[in-house]
Ligand binder design. Sequence first.
Ligand SMILES: NC(=O)c1ccc[n+]([C@@H]2O[C@H](COP(=O)([O-])OP(=O)(O)OC[C@H]3O[C@@H](n4cnc5c(N)ncnc54)[C@H](OP(=O)(O)O)[C@@H]3O)[C@@H](O)[C@H]2O)c1
Length: 451
Amino acid sequence: MSQNVSPNPTYDVIILGASGFTGKYVIREALKFLNVPSSPLKSLAIAGRNSSKLFQALQWAAHPKPPPQIPILTADTTDPSSLRHLASQAKIILNCVGPFRLYGEPVVEACADSGCDYLDICGEPEFMERMEVKYHDKAVDMGSLIVSACGFDSVPAELGLMFNSRQWLPPAVPNQVEAYLSLESDKRIVGNFATYESAVLGVANADKLQELRRSRPKRPRPAIPGPRPPKGPLLDHLKEVGVWAVKLPSADAIVVRRTLSCLAENPGGLPGVNESTEQIERREAFWSTIKPAHFGVKIASKSLLGVIRFITVGVFIGLFGKTGIGRWLLLKFPSLFSLGWFRKKGPTEEEVASATFKMWFVGQGFSDDSLALQGNRKPDTEIITRVMGPEIGYLTTPIILVQCALILLKERDNLPKGGVFPPGIVFGATDLQDRLQQNGISFDVISKNTI
Ligand SMILES: NC(=O)c1ccc[n+]([C@@H]2O[C@H](COP(=O)([O-])OP(=O)(O)OC[C@H]3O[C@@H](n4cnc5c(N)ncnc54)[C@H](OP(=O)(O)O)[C@@H]3O)[C@@H](O)[C@H]2O)c1
């Protein structure tokens, strides 16, 4: 460990941006594990730029109990010294300040400089890849583990793909896994403004991501048995489940690809900082069961009209997001241009409580890997698995973020010393899936068929 790293940080976890819409749900989730026997979370602080808003968030999160005595720290992403001070006091910072493209980098920099671990709920690929380029080496040196996308973006996709992959028992191999995401509720399904803003800014800056990738050496591609699957229709009908679907340009497929590239470079997974021999064997055994596949995500709806609404919003954001005036309109009237899916004030508690998600992973591949080598042979086997859980942004995301933090606290020796990584390659071989299942996010095998 570097000399700059504080040997005994005051807090196990600091939640930064705790006064935000998601932040307050993250506090609520973290409180469930604070000072509970068997939980490694013994000290927690919350941080942000406005103490009274932070206190209100703490009150809300603790309700109906009185707010616990938790330190409220001041930090502003425009003030690097406040972030350095924060990072020097924490084992892990959970960053909930977004859009990350606007506010995230100084927090990553402070953590990388001080050797503090960092997890966030970002769903912005350009930010994640830029942080990897700029801070990976520093983070390795300083022993700071920096993992973005520890929320609904993109842990269900990462673990869901691995779960599907593990159902292909040798000699069977997958070739393609397509995930179909369906959001359900008997009330309205609504997201908070910052997520919509992140998507709009993502479209505006799409060129930057391409530029960044062109400036870097190509990473190894995973070896996927069989021919590349055809692109498929724009509008897809998944008969087995009875949903219509269209491609979802979320971060998931990109994050999964980064994990698969990392796995191609490190076939046994990432070595832990101080692993036992048994742990090394366990880790390598786990990764030997993961077979890479072409991966994509679609957003699904039971009705064709539902999918046409997704396409309409996609067209609005895709077209208007490219010009200044268009972005102004999109951000000024979020409800209008998202057809009611995003609101400046976010969803009500009832809307959050009534929402759920289902994500089907439809894997197609070969019953025998030798078949994959036979020219343009089509897949003969289909395995469908499903990940299912509560509302995505404010229930599932805090559950995932907090469980990732608990794993870091409990199993730091088994995880890489430092570096900037996607969540799948860091947490894939840990007990994250079991932990999510214990907290209401299920993983099921739906069917295995010859096709
Ligand atoms: N991965 C997922 O699935 C997922 C799910 C949910 C959210 N998200 C992402 O999480 C991010 C936050 O979303 P949200 O809806 O919670 O947003 P939000 O309600 O606007 O909250 C933003 C938080 O950031 C704080 N903040 C803003 N500027 C700051 C600064 N300069 N210094 C310190 N703190 C600052 C705000 O503090 P104040 O209270 O003082 O304004 C607030 O606490 C977005 O990027 C969103 O896309 C991702």
